[in-house]
Design a binder for this molecule. Structure first.
Ligand code: NAD
Length: 416
């Protein structure tokens, strides 16, 4: 994989593009380049072997002009403050694109969860939460899952926060298990949003979805659920991958069976009847729809020319660099950008927060119906703006997101 730019370089370049198109005041552009607050923590954890592990972590709060900070927590060996800052910035625009009352934040801990026991992960999560206590909370900053964190991680965060407060505070975090206030549909919501966007994009370019071929990079929460839903809708999954590698079968894969195989062996690789491919080859697979659902900087200057999909729906955050955006646009590929395509997750998180604050529990049908309305509205808003501006969808989505945040900043004014 060629790393032509860091995620933060990409995020800042995207902000410049939007600022120029919007004619944004230089002062507001300058304000939005940096997070309002970044907290760096050192997390000491009792390890199973009796020793102490020291892990570096952070929480970056980008902008909260439209509402409390909101964003996931990532556990990964390559987490850096710079990467988390980019992810926080994208959260700010994303919440504005789907028009939910949040600002953007992100957290990260540099660790390798695959090499840690459940007990070690629990102690890490609780200690990390205790270090963030003064900076998070239902009206301040509401974390959620991201790469290598899940509903269980959120349950530990809720419990730690609640223990400190002395009462139960389910609204302090989203993406929780349903038994403790999680929302129906939250786990699949990001993927449902991706699938809805791919469906709407297909309608616009006249692509028939029955039998449409799909390749998915990353077979975690977002990738696996997207593959499952697409399969149920009659799309053909021809390739999937994870951190170990990928598999390809032009006759189609049953994602549930691949998931079972991954649960047993730890990877999708070596699933029966498939050709082994690399993650690079997966991106270049001949298919109608490509869903990158792993990490940043996957479609770059180095491989953009070889992408064959008609639609790219970004499940991951930041998988495509600005150079590659331009190349795909020139090739006539419809790219549905991350801040729109994967916004279903934060939208359902918002629904979860609202349910917690009002002590309600909505049905799955209600959650999915509201999600469909939000996603289709945001998709159409972005498409209409792209048409008006004669631009790609990324530029339009950024203009919409950055424009709404700038509006809020102007309206609030500056104090002191
Ligand atoms: P996850 O931890 O559930 O899954 C990550 C997947 O990516 C795993 O299958 C892993 O094997 C794979 N992977 C890791 N490194 C890889 C590599 N170098 N090449 C190929 N595959 C690799 O994480 P997730 O929650 O599914 O998140 C995936 C992406 O979606 C991230 O970019 C995340 O920020 C974004 N996202 C997630 C959510 C959410 O609700 N979980 C919401 C919006 C965006």
């Amino acid at each position: 994989m060629t790393k032509e730019q860091t995620a933060l370089d990409v995020a800042c370049e995207q902000l410049c593009i939007a600022a120029e198109k919007l004619g944004l005041e230089p002062e507001i552009h300058e304000m939005l380049k940096y997070p309002k607050r970044s907290l760096i923590v050192s997390i000491t954890v009792k390890m199973d072997d009796g020793g102490l592990g020291v892990f570096s972590g952070c929480r970056v709060q980008h902008w909260d002009a439209r509402g409390p900070f909101k964003g996931g927590i990532r556990y990964h060996p390559n987490v850096t403050l710079s990467e988390v800052t980019a992810l926080a910035m994208w959260m700010t625009w994303k919440c504005a694109v789907v028009d939910i009352p949040y600002g953007g934040a992100k957290g990260g801990v540099c660790c390798n969860p695959k090499k840690m026991s459940k007990g070690e992960l629990e102690r890490l999560t609780r200690r990390y939460t205790s270090l963030l206590l003064d900076f998070i909370g239902p009206y301040r900053d509401v974390p959620a899952p991201d790469v290598y964190t899940d509903a269980q991680t959120m349950a530990w965060i809720m419990d730690t926060y609640s223990q400190f407060k002395g009462y139960s505070v389910p609204e302090c975090v989203t993406g929780k298990p349903i038994s403790i206030g999680g929302s129906e549909g939250r786990e699949e919501a990001t993927s449902l949003g991706v699938v809805i966007c791919a469906r709407e994009a297909a309608k616009r370019i006249g692509l028939k979805l029955k039998g449409a071929t799909l390749a998915v990079q990353g077979f975690g929460n977002v990738g696996w659920n997207a593959a499952k839903m697409a399969h149920d809708m009659g799309w053909k999954i021809v390739a999937v991958s994870d951190s170990v590698g990928g598999i390809y079968n032009p006759k189609g894969l049953d994602p549930r069976k691949v998931y079972e195989h991954k649960s047993k062996t730890g990877s999708v690789v070596n699933y029966k009847g498939c050709k082994k491919i690399t993650n690079e080859e997966l991106l270049e697979t001949k298919c109608d729809i490509l869903v990158p659902a792993a990490l940043e900087n996957q479609i770059t200057k180095a491989n953009a020319d070889r992408i064959k999909a008609k639609i790219v729906a970004e499940g991951a955050n930041g998988p495509t660099t600005p150079h590659a955006d331009k190349a795909l646009y020139e090739k006539g590929i419809t790219l549905v950008p991350d801040i729109l395509a994967n916004a279903g997750g934060v939208t359902a998180s918002y629904f979860e927060w609202v349910q917690n604050l009002t002590r309600e529990h909505w049905t799955l049908e209600e959650v999915n119906r509201k999600l469909e309305i939000k996603m289709v509205k945001a998709f159409n808003d972005v498409c209409n703006l792209a048409k008006k501006e004669n631009s790609d969808m990324r530029t339009a989505a950024l203009m919409l997101g950055v424009g709404r945040v700038a509006d809020a900043i102007r309206t609030l004014g500056l104090w002191p």
